[in-house]
Design a protein around this ligand. Sequence first.
Ligand code: ZN
Length: 348
Amino acid sequence: MEQTGHFFTTIYGRNLIAELPIFVHRPYLVVTMKDLWPKFSALFDDGLAHVHFVETLEHDELNGIIAGLPGCNAVIGLGGGQAIDVAKLVAWTRRLPLFQVPTAMSVNAAFGHRAAVRMGGKVRYIGYAVPEAVYIDFDVVQGAPLALNRSGVCDILCYHTAHADWKLAHERGKTEAKWPYDPRLVAEARGVLDSVLAKLDDIRDVKEEGIRTLMNAHRWGGAAFHNAGWNPRHIEGVEHFFFYTLEYLTGKPFIHGQPVCLGLYIGSALQDNRAEEMLDAVHRVGVDIRPEAMGVTWDEAAEAMRKMAWYTEQAGLWFTVASDKPVTEDFIAHIRERVTAVYGPWQG
Ligand SMILES: [Zn+2]
């Protein structure tokens, strides 16, 4: 298929952060997290105009913060999703060159155009920022917490459930008029998913090959929404809706990939769509999807399963298996039994 979309320039290597002050426009602003900065501060020089530590994603607060930042000629985003997203927002608001350095494999934020912010507590995607380059430093990524690195795989594995949801919507005549079922998009995403399934061990062990494979997949996935005409149907479905419901019900913070991967197993089981294969893949790559591992209880996870259809409806999200197939108490018991069988009982 002829690819007409755009993917961000992505560079792999070592010592990449230390090189930044040599070529970014000076003075430069670094957007990062407070806990990360001590690890990297010595790599920057007197061209540093200011370092901004992300403490909020609320849009109104961010606008005030950005207005108060000192003058600079380039922005460097250094960290996970939040630092990367706020760096995008600064670059977009001030029309500055942007250089992105994701420090873990946890999310695809560095490869997407829009920034995830909160408006009144709800996630909204705004802005349009294309970085000069995304720098992936093997040593930096390998130094990030294992659970964070491994969890990133979930935002690729989720294509599996997303595709079945889109097909189901198509069969039921429930697709959105602007997003008719497109087998070409599904096939393209499936190829990316398969590339990741082939390297699960390298991803689990955060080997160079694993980093390249997962980050290249994120590079595709981050741009996919834009490249498909702002269509998320081939990259997101019921597995994310389970997560959104769980987050809404508990109000707790999560490592994105953990609840998404639990949602992947739940969703594929509801879809009758190779669920055990998915559970094995998630287990093999080392993502712990037991609710206790993400700081919630089985009761809370069960309630999120029961409320998925309701949440989807009231949030105005698209048609998935959650809107098609009722979640029974037997189904919930089955999910709990299978996850416990594969991972063992929680010992925490
Ligand atoms: Zn996601």
